[in-house]
Ligand binder design. Structure first.
Ligand code: NCD
Ligand code: ZN
Length: 345
């Protein structure tokens, strides 16, 4: 069996920098026409000039035959100025600003410590139409790690959406039934990305026969009822939900560690894994809308014109891929994926 869809985009991606950039970027560029590039480098991408330089490094690292456009984002800090946002609005390569609550995830130490510090900036973004991308988890250590997304909705996101009624907001990598409900019922201009690993796995995957660090990401995988709610949302045809892999590579030794990093690497099979999910849900007819239409419409960029054809033929995922001088272990390492790309046109 084969299916052909409009070439998809990845609306949430980490490609890192330096000697690993070319390694991970090739996987994405083979599948996706564009990707929203996360700014959580060390140091983070806080100025338009940083985003411009990072974009140049990404373009230089692309394989010769690639047709791929990086869509850049800025990293919001307590010190971001409304003037910088103005510049971002004028720079056609900057498409959004990312909010990490300080301490929420990988390289988020420079994130926002109190929403009150960024109100001027959000005001400006609302005025010029620049979307806010939110890592929606509270960081208070007393909140149970599995409840951090729901606590963020109740403690911050609901108010944010009300106080800035025209600000477009993407609730990134949602993982819970509560997040699905929030996005479904929210005012216009609120959307969410959903990762393939949260669609494929519940939190049990982290503990099969022992501790499985390659399934650890943030927000952490949740229980099965939440996974079912995510599948329903992704396959519903509701334009508020779209594809964002959150592919987040870390060197093997940084994952297999007494204090392992958060992040699952999925760029090597980014669209193929979603296709499995949609097939299992008997919703292959909804794959194109989720992967290739809803995100472009939300970001107000044209839909792609080229296509991608997938065939239901399994292939074996290698145990690891090169990652600079190290290696990265991808999702399904040493196992198979049921769909493969046969044509791009
Ligand atoms: C991401 C990373 O490694 O940069 N990790 C993750 O588990 N998703 C950061 C993030 O998106 O939270
Ligand atoms: Zn991410």
């Amino acid at each position: 069996m084969r299916i052909t869809i409009t070439r998809p985009d990845d609306w949430h991606l980490h490609v890192r920098d330096g000697d690993v950039l070319a390694h991970v970027l090739a996987h994405t560029a083979r599948r996706f026409a564009r990707a929203i590039i996360m700014p959580n480098l060390s140091p983070p991408v806080v100025h338009v000039a940083d985003a411009h330089a990072y974009r140049e490094r990404i373009l230089a690292a692309l394989p010769g035959d690639a047709r791929f456009e990086p869509l850049m984002t800025l990293y919001l800090t307590d010190a971001t100025s409304p003037n910088e946002i103005e510049r971002a609005g004028d720079a056609e390569f900057v498409h959004a600003v990312k909010l990490y609550p300080a301490g929420a995830t990988t390289n988020s130490a420079s994130g926002v410590t109190d929403m009150a510090h960024v109100y001027n900036v959000l005001e400006k973004m609302q005025r010029i139409g620049l979307p806010l991308l939110v890592h929606g988890e509270v960081t208070a250590p007393e909140i149970d790690v599995f409840d951090r997304e729901k606590a963020f909705i109740d403690g911050s996101l609901t108010r944010l959406a009300d106080e800035f009624p025209a600000l477009r907001i993407v609730f990134e990598h949602i993982t819970t039934l509560e997040a699905v409900q929030f996005v479904r019922e929210a005012r216009a201009g609120i959307a969410a990305t959903i990762t393939c690993h949260h669609l494929l796995h519940s939190r049990n995957a982290m503990f099969v026969g022992g501790l499985r660090p390659h399934y650890y990401c943030l927000p952490v995988l949740k229980r099965e009822t939440h996974r079912q709610a995510l599948i329903e949302a992704a396959t519903s045809g509701n334009p508020r939900f779209f594809l964002g892999t959150d592919s987040a590579p870390h060197a093997r030794q940084a994952k297999e560690n007494a204090c392992g990093c958060a992040g699952v690497y999925t760029a090597h099979a980014g669209i193929e894994l979603y296709t499995e999910v949609f097939e299992t849900a008997a919703a292959l007819d909804k794959l194109q809308a989720f992967s290739s239409e809803h995100g472009a419409d939300f970001y107000r960029v044209p839909r792609n014109h080229d296509t991608l054809t997938l065939e239901r033929r399994s292939w074996s995922v290698p145990a690891s891929y090169p990652f600079g001088d190290a290696t990265v272990q991808p999702l399904r390492a040493g196992e198979s994926v049921n769909w493969q790309i046969v044509e791009t046109g």
